[in-house]
Design a protein around this ligand. Structure first.
Ligand SMILES: C[S@@+](CC[C@H](N)C(=O)[O-])C[C@H]1O[C@@H](n2cnc3c(N)ncnc32)[C@H](O)[C@@H]1O
Length: 241
């Protein structure tokens, strides 16, 4: 009975209430980003830390950036709006998040610079896509919850599948720079998954070696094994002070 009520809540009541949520907006540079509150997984808050960090480490403007698990693409549109990249590729499994991105693209006249795909991980990304930089704020915890796909990645299956497939799209010398949460993982949680897929962790920023009892966001910089990290990425990994 308890299970039935929970399923009813998450499969019927919550989606209906979410559909009624109003569209909200936030502006990055000259881009007005559309979203609903429940689509925000932190990209409008800690996700914005990317911008000053990438600016301050001297990252050259990237030709094409992919935002993995993009949601409304707060991070991607912010990189574009503040001139840190020329074009964007975005993907998310949630059709409403994709709808939000489409609204942003249409209102800001970005159809020639931004592509959006509704895709389970990278499954429906066209084979011709090529990325210089991948950013992302994926689900941060090794668990699952009915009706909530922003937070849980049970068994780290989403992460594993991502690393197994991203090599098809990443340009030679391309960089993956993702945000994780020390409350749910450490760099060592992902190292075997990353290395099995032929990649290497080239930078860890702001991480604790153990799980923390509180939220602490950290960055992992990842490249193909044997590739040399660019100077800007090395600088990104060395926080000042
Ligand atoms: C932590 S939220 C981040 C959302 C947004 N990037 C932000 O920073 O606010 C994680 C996102 O991953 C998406 N997601 C979950 N499972 C996925 C999958 N298998 N493939 C693609 N996206 C997925 C969710 O829909 C959600 O938008």
């Amino acid at each position: 009975m308890k299970d039935f009520v929970k399923k009813l809540e998450y499969r019927t009541v919550k989606p209906a209430l979410r559909a009624l949520q109003p569209w909200r907006h936030v502006t990055y540079g000259d881009i007005r980003v559309h979203y609903k509150r429940y689509l925000d997984g932190g990209g409008s808050a800690f996700g914005q830390d990317y911008i000053p960090l990438l600016h301050d480490c001297g990252m050259p403007r990237q030709a094409r950036v992919f935002e993995w698990c993009a949601g409304p693409a707060f991070i991607g549109f912010s990189l574009l709006g503040f001139g840190l990249c020329d074009t964007l590729c975005l993907a998310d499994i949630n059709p409403t998040a994709v709808r939000a991105c489409r609204r942003t693209i249409a209102e800001n006249g970005l159809a020639d610079r931004v592509a959006i795909y509704c895709s389970n991980n990278l499954d429906d990304i066209p084979p011709g896509e090529r990325w210089d930089l991948v950013v992302g704020n994926p689900p941060h915890f090794d668990w699952s919850q009915i009706g909530e796909i922003r937070i849980g990645d049970s068994g780290w299956r989403i992460h594993r599948r991502f690393f197994q497939t991203v090599g098809r799209f990443l340009k030679p010398g391309g960089v993956i720079l993702i945000q994780e949460n020390n409350h749910g993982s450490t760099a060592e949680t992902f190292r075997p998954i990353i290395e099995e897929a032929g990649f290497a962790i080239v930078l860890i920023r702001n991480a604790e070696p153990r799980l923390t009892p509180y939220t602490r966001y950290y960055y992992l910089g990842i490249m193909r094994q044997g590739e040399k990290a660019p100077e800007w990425l090395i600088t990104f990994g060395k926080p000042c002070g």
